[in-house]
Design a protein around this ligand. Structure first.
Ligand SMILES: O=c1ccn([C@H]2C[C@H](O)[C@@H](CO)O2)c(=O)[nH]1
Ligand SMILES: [Zn+2]
Length: 134
């Protein structure tokens, strides 16, 4: 599954976004350890704080299918430019992705830019943080 193929899946998932409040539609597609692709769209709520991002919807599908390792994730949105994942999504990604795993963002020209998780979330809090004092 290439970067472009994964972005195509994300773009397709974006069509299902439920975003009546922000009107900002996001799609995400991730590649699990076994090569399965999981997709997600943002799902908003009248109680705004109950909304969930596309990335976490995709991750929830993957984890509830008992795949615990994510190789890469692609994200696109109606902004037509790079949509960086929010802080909560970066933290959730860090639970299931390696520091050097790829986050693929669609760019304005229809291309993409690849970041590593470490670039987007340096010095992350993880399970090692809790064990380091023992
Ligand atoms: O990376 C992002 C950034 C924002 N959103 C959603 C949350 C909300 O529904 C809308 C506006 O913030 O976009 C995502 O799904 N992923
Ligand atoms: Zn998010």
């Amino acid at each position: 599954m290439t970067e472009t193929e994964l972005l195509d899946e994300a773009r397709h998932a974006m069509l299902n976004a439920y975003a009546p409040y922000s009107k900002f539609c996001v799609g995400a597609a991730l590649l699990a350890e076994d090569g399965t692709v999981y997709t997600g769209c943002n799902i908003e709520n009248a109680s705004y704080g109950a909304s969930i991002c596309a990335e976490r919807v995709a991750i929830a599908g993957c984890i509830s299918d008992k795949k615990r390792h994510i190789r890469r994730i692609a994200i696109c949105s109606t902004s037509g430019n790079e949509t960086f994942p929010c802080g909560i999504c970066r933290q959730v990604m860090s639970e299931f992705m390696d520091e050097d795993s790829q986050i693929i963002l669609e760019t304005k020209d229809g291309g993409f830019h690849v970041y590593t998780l470490a670039e987007l979330l340096p010095y992350s809090f993880n399970s090692d943080s809790m064990n380091s004092g023992k």
